[in-house]
Design a protein around this ligand. Structure first.
Ligand code: GLU
Length: 521
């Protein structure tokens, strides 16, 4: 087989071999591992994409190799600069750093193998397409879509359901083709399938995979409008960027046949492939918006921690050899080997993710937890003047984090502490009509006034409540519900022993006065 590459002729395959043993020509063990995440930026980073990025990153770190970000943005209609920015932001949020690729700050290229955005590599693709043409492995195809459709219809009518595009009897010689194109005609550059045989490779997730060559016909490398296609760009970039391993989503498995054909035609060294199983929802359908959140941004907005999401997606298709679940980054890197990939689909369990987030959240030092929680409180418009006091924050988090699985869970917990949000709600009326309510509220106020401290401890609150019980001669809900109205403005909800110790006495007094003013008896 002719090698179309002058500079990358390391492993030209022998065309007499019936099986293309990619594993024999795969990256040698002495080579530095180089892997990449190659998103097509068409929106926020999806959980599945984040997993591909994480696995490649962890594998690179485990092997002491390089992790590269390449932006596959040739589809200009779907890929936007804005999406690229969002995906880069999401990867940064997840703390999955790359050493080569667009610089996250200004998107300029970092590393020796750029440009790292495919939209900036069109000349390279054209140069390599010309190499294939020169080697007789590709040709200009002037057939229109309508002509190809007619060929297909004729084949189907003749009983051939498996129609594949074949090389035309007469290939237009390249020089003549170029003249016709210069004169305004359009032609695609199409790869020529040279031989019928099986292509076999050892997938690092799925084991041996065999594809007969007639699964595909002559395929387009450069469209007639000059746009290069994914399979073509991907091979050229992976080869020129010296990738040793390709871990990517299962949906790309069939593409690997065309890609191996291209590797062989160019004489490029074939990397090792590993196709990661799908992540499915509980209904066993591919995870999507229908299942609620599916992008990393959705989880960020819902108050998930990046380290928890990372840990969770780590275990959605891979398992620790030690059976570990909560794993630090260091443990993840130390344990990350491809033999632990699961070839069956992962089922995304949001309940487990929430549980894991709660574990991570509660383990955070309070300073850190506060820094992460505060934006959620601000976003909800919650104002807490006493939040400037580190001791108060520490106490508040100790009390509330038990009830928090996500950062957003902090909002309803902290809300009752905001004086400006305090109001006697209409549902308090059911309590404010009770004959004993006035006595309870007056006694509560007296208890507060008798305490010479700015804030009550939980025990002091219990004692004060006991004092109200004695003074008003009531117990049970007739005691608790009026006090709750006087603290949070409604008879149900917040646990007073959590809220009261966090409110200054001045607030509690203002609130009880409002409750007294609202009495209906
Ligand atoms: N741009 C492709 C995607 O986002 C990458 C496929 C690959 O990794 O080869 O699915």
């Amino acid at each position: 087989m002719a090698s179309a590459s002058s500079s990358h002729n390391s492993s030209t395959q022998n065309s007499s071999t019936q099986n293309s043993s990619a594993q024999n020509s795969s990256a040698s063990s002495s080579q530095k591992v180089r892997v990449r995440f190659a998103p097509s930026p068409t929106g926020y980073l999806h959980v599945g994409g984040a997993r591909t990025a994480l696995y490649n990153f962890l594998f690179a770190k485990h092997e002491g190799g390089d992790f590269i970000l390449r932006v596959e943005d040739t589809d200009l209609e779907r890929s936007t600069e804005e999406s690229m920015r969002m995906q880069i932001q999401d990867l940064e949020w997840l703390n999955i750093p790359w050493s080569e690729g667009p610089n996250p700050k200004d998107f300029t290229d970092m590393g020796p193998y750029g440009p790292y955005r495919q939209s900036r590599r069109k000349d390279i693709y054209m140069e390599y397409a010309q190499k294939l043409i020169a080697a007789g492995r590709a040709y200009y195809d002037f057939r229109t879509d309508a002509e190809l459709d007619a060929l297909k219809a004729a084949a189907v009518a003749a009983g051939n359901q498996q129609f594949q595009v074949e090389t035309p009897k007469q290939i237009v010689p390249p020089e003549e083709a170029k003249k016709r194109i210069a004169a305004g005609e359009q032609a695609a550059i199409r790869f020529k399938i040279a031989e019928k045989r099986d292509y076999v490779f050892n997938d690092l997730v799925r084991g041996e995979v065999k594809f007969p060559s007639d699964m595909v016909g002559d395929f387009v490398c450069i469209r007639s409008n000059g746009m290069p296609v994914y399979n073509f760009c991907c091979v050229i970039d992976d080869a020129l960027m010296k990738m040793t391993h390709i871990f990517r989503a299962e949906e790309h498995l069939p593409n690997t046949l065309r890609q191996i054909m291209l590797y062989e035609a160019f004489g490029f060294e074939i990397p090792k492939f590993g196709h990661l199983s799908f992540i499915l929802g509980a209904d066993r359908q591919k995870l999507s918006k229908r299942h609620g959140a599916s992008s990393c941004n959705d989880y960020r907005v819902k108050g998930y921690l990046p380290e928890a999401l990372n840990n969770f997606i780590l275990l959605s298709g891979w398992s620790s050899p030690k059976g570990d679940e909560i794993m630090s980054r260091e443990e993840q890197i130390a344990q990350f080997t491809p033999d632990r990939f699961n070839a069956s689909p992962a089922i995304f369990d949001p309940v487990k993710l929430e549980w894991m987030n709660g574990q991570y959240l509660r383990a955070l030092p309070h300073d850190d937890l506060w820094t992460r929680t505060e934006p959620f409180l601000k976003e909800a418009g919650i104002e807490l003047p006493f939040a400037k006091d580190p001791a108060w924050r520490d106490q508040a988090l100790s009390i509330f984090k038990i009830k928090m699985n996500t950062l957003a869970d902090a909002v309803p917990l902290f809300l009752p502490l905001d004086d400006s949000k305090f109001a006697i709600k209409p549902e308090a009326d059911e309590v404010l009509v009770w004959p004993e309510a006035r006595q309870v509220l007056e006694a509560w106020k007296a208890q507060l006034q008798s305490i010479a401290k700015d804030r009550l401890t939980e025990q002091e609150f219990d004692q004060a409540q006991e004092g109200v019980k004695q003074a008003a001669g009531v117990k049970g809900k007739h005691l608790f519900m009026p006090i709750r109205v006087a603290v949070v403005g409604q008879p149900h909800g917040s646990e007073l022993k959590m809220v009261v110790p966090l409110l200054p006495k001045s607030s509690l007094l203002e609130r009880v006065d409002k409750a007294i003013a609202a009495l209906k008896v």
